[in-house]
Design a protein around this ligand. Structure first.
Ligand SMILES: [Cu+2]
Length: 140
């Protein structure tokens, strides 16, 4: 293989990866291949953070808050999106498919790693989803 072809092959692999979400997460309907939630972003826990709900991603998709801190979800995209907890621990309140202008404030009172997704553009533990709207809240 020439060097040129090697470059083309690598670029093609990168482009393919962008369309299908994280590598290894193509089989969203496969319970043996569950969605991969973002990891702990590190850093100092904040008392209050804001997550923008874009078309179609949570930005940032992983945050660290202190115990008793808040996450404010702010709908800024034009499409409908939900904030739906996945697994345990869970949080409340949550939001069904909603449109801007809307904000949802969640207070996290217990340490843990919380996962959530959009029911239209994320996945629920490997079943029936599509896309890549997955988010993580780390409370510590
Ligand atoms: Cu969505």
């Amino acid at each position: 293989m020439t060097r040129q072809w090697a470059v083309v092959t690598v670029l093609a692999a990168l482009v393919a990866g962008c369309g299908g979400g994280p590598a290894g997460n193509d089989g969203n309907n496969n319970p043996n291949n569950p969605p991969q939630y973002p990891g702990d972003p590190g850093g100092t826990p904040a008392a209050a953070v804001t997550v923008d709900i874009m078309d179609n991603q949570f930005n940032p998709n992983s945050v660290v808050v202190a115990v008793g801190g808040t996450v404010t979800f702010r709908w800024v995209g034009t499409a409908g999106h939900s904030v739906t907890p996945s697994g345990s621990p869970s949080f409340s309140p949550t939001a069904g498919v909603s449109y801007p202008p809307r904000e949802l404030v969640v207070t996290l009172t217990s340490e843990g790693t919380y996962h959530y997704f959009c029911i239209l553009h994320g996945t629920s533990d490997g079943y029936g989803g599509q896309g890549n709207m997955l988010g993580t809240i780390v409370v510590r």
